[in-house]
Write a protein that binds this ligand. Structure first.
Ligand SMILES: [Mn+2]
Length: 466
């Protein structure tokens, strides 16, 4: 199932050649004087951007990147005129750590006897993760807490693909999969306790060949631990110790904020979903793509792209999705399970939301609330209050929305969204919370009315300045 993209590869090669020439002749910035070489260039399939990987003897790679950034306009116009292309890719520059440390996966694997704390974390390319899959017979795959379609779909898909070639693979979950995702379980999950038991079994297994040896020099079990949609060890809540028992850990993620914390890390902020990366990894590793695998990957992509509507959706997303459909992904079932199985309680919450809704600041802010008493009467849980803030934001003219919920313990939980201009993370921070520019929240002490009043004043002030 290997994907090749000749146009992208050719363009990458040309960019590498031109940039190499420019470095020896035209680019005279002192920041670019430290013996720089371009190791490789990765061009997006649609040619919209290219990532240039380099190594340098300069002290500070950030300086080299600064130098490249300064010269970017010039570099792009040279590439454009030399190649005669109408649209030159956006350029990004990245230090090639893999090259810098002179490593390839094979040699890295030979270093595994080095005590763990002396080991460095490394960023690798997705294609380099394929030989790692080859190397191991046992796998534990980890989803993040508050499981979503992407982390679960990715883990299930990879586990199934590894099983297809006779390997042992389990998905270790931190909680019961949500009702809407249960249909892709396919019998591959274990909870933390069951995974612990399996680990004990593995560690006492004497193993018949060297490859099956129960543990390595550190006492780690001989399995590869893979965290999907990772974004940080705290998201493995309750399963950290199992993950750390792995001989080697691999993290696959697409969060911009993701930090390389595992032994090997593949982080692609441009990927719409981790599931997209899993699809490509399965291709690199020559693993099969069954109907179930395709369905699980599809679930990851369809949920993380908001059904192909968010701005993270790329032409590659669509191409991968087409391939998944050809492989037999059950898109109808996914739609039904994920989007057509709303509990009646959710509609009751929605009715209450519409009842309490108020428009502020000349229709630029929308706010609504619900008391714990009402929630209790409805029998509605967290799943049922999800998405209310998004609903409020969808109103024409509304820039900021807030949904305020009183919890059973009397604390007030506020979830905010914005469309284009208002930084809701900053508003949330004013109340001791945080989040992203377009989605943020905070928790405050009650009573509910006080929080509503304070937030209304704060939102009005966004436009009046007071
Ligand atoms: Mn994701």
């Amino acid at each position: 199932m290997k994907r090749t993209n000749h146009r992208g590869e050719k363009l990458s090669g040309e960019i590498k050649r031109i940039l190499g020439e420019m470095l020896t002749r035209e680019l005279k910035d002192p920041l670019l004087s430290g013996m720089i070489s371009i190791t490789h260039v990765k061009t997006a399939d649609d040619g919209s951007f290219a990532t240039v990987y380099f190594t340098s003897l300069a002290e500070d790679e950030a300086d080299v990147i600064k130098g490249f950034e300064k010269a970017k306009g010039f570099i792009r116009s040279e590439i454009g005129s030399k190649l005669g292309v109408r649209r030159t890719p956006e350029l990004r520059f990245k230090a090639d750590d893999a090259e810098k440390y002179g490593i390839r996966i094979d040699s890295l694997l030979n270093e595994l006897d080095i005590p763990k704390d002396a080991k460095e974390v490394r960023e690798i390319r997705l294609s380099e993760a394929a030989p790692l899959l080859d190397e191991y017979e046992r796998f534990l795959l980890f989803t993040h807490i508050h499981m979503d379609g992407d982390t679960f779909g990715s883990a299930v898909a990879l586990a199934l693909a590894l099983r297809e070639v006779g390997k042992t693979a389990w998905v270790v979950v931190g909680e019961e999969p949500p009702r809407t995702l249960g249909f892709i379980d396919y019998g591959v999950t274990k909870d933390a306790a069951a995974a612990e038991a399996l680990l004990t079994e593995w560690l006492t297994d004497t193993g018949e060949s060297e490859e099956d040896d129960a543990e390595d020099a550190d006492g780690d079990a001989n399995f590869l631990g893979i965290a999907l949609d990772y974004a940080g060890i705290d998201r493995l809540e309750g399963r950290e110790s199992i993950f750390e028992k792995a001989a080697v850990t691999l993290c696959i993620d697409h969060h911009v904020t993701s930090k390389p914390e595992c032994d090997f890390n593949v982080i692609e902020p441009d990927a719409a979903a981790t599931a997209e990366m899993v699809y490509r990894l399965i291709g690199f590793a020559d693993l099969p793509l069954t109907e179930q695998i395709a369905t699980a990957i599809y679930v990851g992509i369809v949920t993380d792209t908001g059904r192909f509507q968010y701005s993270n959706t790329t032409p590659l997303t669509m191409e991968i999705t087409a391939a998944l459909m050809r492989a037999g992904a059950d898109t109808g079932k996914a739609y039904q399970e994920i989007y057509q199985s709303v509990k009646a309680e959710k509609l009751l919450v929605e009715r209450e939301m519409l009842d309490t809704m108020e428009l502020l600041a000349n229709g630029r802010a929308a706010i609504a609330w619900i008391s714990s008493e009402t929630l209790e009467t409805f029998g509605a849980g967290d799943d049922e209050t999800d998405g209310m803030s998004e609903k409020l934001r969808s109103i024409i003219g509304v820039e900021v929305s807030a949904f305020i919920k009183e919890r059973p313990d009397g604390k007030i939980k506020v979830s905010m969204r914005s469309k284009e201009t208002v930084d809701v993370a900053a508003i949330a921070a004013a109340f001791g919370g945080g989040g992203h520019v377009r989605a943020a929240g905070f928790t405050a002490d009650g009573p509910l009315e006080d929080v509503v009043t304070a937030l209304k004043a704060k939102l009005e002030a966004e436009w009046t300045g007071f």
